[in-house]
Design a protein around this ligand. Structure first.
Ligand code: ATP
Length: 221
């Protein structure tokens, strides 16, 4: 870095129910595409609308820990899982700002499907004052169509950075897209396979699958 500032930090939130290779490749490829110094994984606490959880937040956290173990560029933030109240992304970003200071470039990583729903997030417009947003391509969810809600597409057009190299020039406020290896894997598909007694092997790490089998998770979703 020419300016002596640390490289931007990627922040990757998700339910990770369970974590799979789509998540892992998104995090891995974002580092190279966006010039990140690392990725902090932030598993969500148990969302209130999901009903009686079949898999606990602690179990989802454990699977993320297993899948990211050994990668020095990945770290895992357990605070949303440990929080008693539901955590909103904007609150997590405010906490990270307090922790990391006003100048650190932070990049919230989201898949194209999650980005399309951003305008429904709590205080969504405040997110841009706290972090950049990087949108990865995902099969079935084109990024740049007219399908974004109007208020979100206005932000997208106004904040779009043509060059990811500019993420390091400001702590927050830009939007970039990046093309990752297209993997049509979803946690929904994996839960269905497992509930039907079918193999989910090669869609997620063996260490995660071992954990799922040992704890008899996802058998009747
Ligand atoms: P579910 O099927 O339960 O909705 P999911 O597979 O979409 O789960 P999440 O934990 O909801 O996984 O996703 C976390 C983040 O990872 C989101 O930003 C999502 O867009 C992104 N993501 C998940 N799977 C992929 C994939 N295959 N390719 C690109 N991005 C993905």
């Amino acid at each position: 870095m020419s300016d002596g500032l640390p490289a931007p930090l990627g922040l990757f939130g998700g339910t990770f129910d369970p974590v799979h290779f789509g998540h892992l490749r998104l995090a891995e490829e974002s580092i190279g595409h966006l010039g990140l110094g690392g990725v902090r994984w932030i598993p969500a606490g148990q969302p209130p609308h999901r009903g009686v959880p079949q898999v606990t937040a602690e179990q989802r956290l454990e699977m993320v820990l297993r899948s990211t173990a050994g990668n020095e560029q990945f770290s895992v933030d357990a605070s949303e899982v440990e929080a008693a109240a539901p955590s909103y992304t904007v609150h997590t970003l405010e906490r990270l700002r307090r922790e990391l200071g006003p100048d650190r470039s932070l990049v919230l990583l989201v898949g194209a499907d999650a980005f399309a729903g951003l305008a429904s997030w709590h205080r969504w417009a405040d997110i841009f004052s706290l972090a950049h947003v990087a949108v990865s391509h995902r099969p079935g969810f084109p990024v740049e169509t007219g399908s974004l809600p109007l208020e979100l597409s206005s932000e997208f057009n106004a904040r779009r950075l043509s060059d990811a190299g500019r993420l390091k020039d400001a702590p927050a406020g830009g939007i970039v897209t990046f093309a990752m290896t297209q993997l049509a894997i979803s946690a929904t598909q994996i839960r269905k396979l497992l509930a039907n007694g079918l193999s989910a092997r090669y869609l997620l790490p063996d260490s995660v699958l071992d954990y799922i089998q040992t704890h008899s998770l996802y058998r009747n979703s």
